[in-house]
Design a binder for this molecule. Sequence first.
Ligand code: ADP
Length: 475
Amino acid sequence: MTQLLELVTALATSCGDRRSAARDLAHALGGGDLLVLLRDAEVGAFLPAPGFPQTLMGARRWRQLADECLVGGEAVADRMRATSDDAPRPVFAIASSDELILAIIGVGTRPRGTEEVVRLLPLLGCVLRGERAIEHATARERVARQSAAHAERLAAAFDDSRVRLERALATAEESRRIVAEANLQLQDQAAEMEAQTEELASQAEQLHRMNVELGQARDAAAAASEAKSEFLATMSHELRTPLNAISGHVQLIELGIYGPVTEEQRAALERINRSQRHLLGLINDILNLAKIEAGRVEYRIENVSVTELLDDIAPMIEPQIRARSLEYRVVLPERDLVVRADKEKVEQILLNLLSNAAKFTPPGGSIEVGVAVREDRPDLAFIRVTDTGIGIAEDKLASIFEPFVQVKSGHTRPAEGTGLGLAISRDLAIGMGGDLRVRSTLGAGSCFTLLLPSARSATHGVSPLDSAVRTGEPG
Ligand code: ADP
C-alpha cells in the first residue's frame, strides 16, 4: 500500500521519471501498463496527459469509453470490460466532471488495495491540471510575445511604410510642382517660338521682297550704266567732229589763208589751240572710259619690245620734260625685255604716267623709267616711272585710281587734267593681264609700277596676275 502511495505521489509531484513511475504503479496494481488521460475542456475530449506513457494497447477504445463515462458522470470501472481474456482491461477508472480527470489503469486483473490510490488521484489531477494550466499560460504567453513581436514588427514596418509613403508623396508633390513649372515654361517657350517663327516668316518675306527689289534695282542700274556708256560714247564721238573742225580752221587762219595774222591774233589762236587740245584730250579720255566700262575695248596682244616702246615714247614726252627743266633717265636691263601686250595701250599708259610725273614734279627734279624682271616672278615685267615730285598722301593713294579724282595739293592750284588718266591706265593694264600700282611719299616723290605679262609666260597662256601679285608689293 505504502509503495502504491509513493508511486502515485511520484506521479503527482512531477519530479523524477513519470514514465517509470507509471509503469511501476501499473505493475504494483497487477497490470501491464498505465494510461493517464486528461480531459481537455477546450477540445471537449480526453487526451493523453503529457509526460505519461501512451503505449497501452487499445488506448483509443479506452478514450471513447472515458468520454462516455464522463457524459454519465460516474465511475465506470465495471462498464469497461475487456473484449477478450488476454486483452488488457480497465481495472480502475475515475471520471469526474469537476476534476476533469480520468485515470485509467489498464491491468489484467482487478487490483487490490487501491483505496489510497483513489484518494490520491484528485491530487494527481490537480497537479496535472496545474501543469496543464502553466503549459497553456506559457503557450499563451509565448503566442502573446510572438504576437507582440509580430505586432511590433508590423508597426515598425507600417511606420517605415508610412515614412516612405510620406516621402513618396512629398517627392510626387515636388515632381508635380516641377512638372507644372516646366509646363508653364514650355508654354511660354512655345508662345515665344511661335512669335519668333512668325517674325522669321515675316523677315523671310521681307527679304524675299528686298531680293526682288534688289534684282530689279541691279537690272535697272546695269541698264542705266549701259545707257550712260552708250550716251558718253555717242556724245564723245559727236563732240570730236566739231572740235577737229575748229582745230582745222585755226590752223588755216594761222597759215594766213584768210589774210595776214597779227601777233596778238596768233597768241589768241595759240590759246584756242591749247584749249581745243585739252578739250579733245578730255573727250578722248571719256570715250576711253566709256568703252572700258561697256567692255568694248579690244586688245591687240602681241610681243612688244620694251626698249623699242620707250624709244618711241621719248620724243613725245620730251617737250614737257624740257619745259619743266627736268632730268629724264631710262634704265634698261642688259637683255631686252619683251612683253605680251597691246602696244598702243601700253604707250597710252606710259605717256599718262610720264606726263603726270612731269606735271607733279617741280622744275629741277628728275624722272626715271626703270625696267626689271624679278627672279621670283619671271612671268612678269615691271616698268617703273619714278619721280622726285610732290608725292601723294598715304590716305589718298587708293582713291587716285578712281575716275575723276584729283588730289588737292594744298597751297598750289589744282593741276591741269581730268582725273581720268590713272583710272583708264589701270583698267587697260588689267585688261592686258597686268596691273598698275603706286608707292609714294608726300613731298618726296612717287613711283608708279606697270606690271605686264612677259612674253615667255604669256606663251603658256597663263594670266600672271590671276593669283599672287595683285595683293603684294608693287616691286
Ligand atoms: P589727272 O592727272 O588728269 O588729274 P590722273 O588720273 O592721271 O588724272 O591722276 C589723278 C590724280 O593723281 C592727279 O590729279 C594727282 O592728284 C595724282 N597724281 C597722279 N600722278 C601723280 C604723281 N606722279 N605725283 C603726284 N600726284 C600724282
